[in-house]
Design a protein around this ligand. Structure first.
Ligand SMILES: Nc1ncnc2c1ncn2[C@@H]1O[C@H](COP(=O)(O)OP(=O)(O)O)[C@@H](O)[C@H]1O
Ligand SMILES: [Mg+2]
Length: 222
């Protein structure tokens, strides 16, 4: 579904990603670990079409991202991809339900239908009672789960998660990740997950390590 062939990403003279090879199947969960500054976020931005690769080819459903026009690439990111970031990044002025429904509203769905689907996904994550609250009125763990709901609400083909539980304690982080992976798996969504947590990486189908820009497949079970 998604692949990278010999992908480099350079910021000026800094080569943040060096020759990355990766292939993600439908419904697969891929975990990428590595030290801070090793290039994990940079690789994710390339894979998600947020930044163009300096060299190499990223393909989505067989098609090189380099061949997508700007509008087509925005539509791809909006409709087929989902994103969860380290701090959740909900919009403070919107309710939990409005935040969750956003990808559907951006795709042109009517408010009533979008909110019905958002309410259902929030319910599956145990957040049904919080729908009318604002992000400032829920806990850190709850807002991370809302970010998960928002990333999956439009049943994207791929979700990119960049240290999605970075702001949580480890018990909460594991709980959020469990829900995230269960929902993704039940929808057949592929997940590319950057995580520091070995317990989380253990739950992935494939594991990679990033070291100074170089991506290496890690042995599962080690
Ligand atoms: N916008 C940028 N401009 C220049 N250098 C950057 C930029 N973003 C990241 N870098 C550098 O690229 C390298 C990889 O960064 P990053 O992908 O954020 O690593 P990680 O997510 O593993 O912490 C680091 O050396 C970082 O300083
Ligand atoms: Mg990072």
């Amino acid at each position: 579904m998604l692949s990278a062939e010999a992908v480099d990403l350079a910021y000026g003279s800094t080569l943040a990603v060096r020759g990355a090879q990766l292939s993600v199947r439908c419904g697969e969960v891929v975990a990428i670990s590595g030290q801070s500054g090793s290039g994990k976020s940079s690789l994710l931005y390339c894979l998600a079409g947020v930044m163009p690769a300096s060299r190499g080819i990223i393909r989505f459903e067989g098609r090189p991202l380099g061949g997508f026009g700007d509008e087509e690439l925005s539509a791809l990111r909006r409709d087929r991809f989902g994103f969860v970031f380290q701090y959740g990044e909900l919009l403070p002025e919107l309710t939990i339900e409005e935040n969750t429904a956003l990808p559907l509203r951006l795709a042109g769905q009517r408010k009533r239908e979008a909110h019905a689907v958002a309410g259902e996904v929030l319910g599956r994550l145990g957040l049904g009672d919080l729908r009318q609250r604002r992000p400032s009125q829920v806990s850190g763990g709850q807002s991370q789960r809302v970010a998960v709901a928002r990333a999956l609400v439009h049943r994207p083909a791929v979700v990119f998660a960049d240290e999605p539980t970075g702001s949580l304690d480890s018990a909460n982080a594991t709980a959020v990740l469990e829900e995230f992976l269960a929902l993704a798996r039940s929808q057949g969504t592929a997940v590319v997950l950057v995580t520091h947590d070995p317990a989380v990486a253990d739950r992935a189908d494939s594991r990679y390590t990033m070291t100074d820009g170089t991506l290496t497949a890690a042995q599962v079970g080690v």
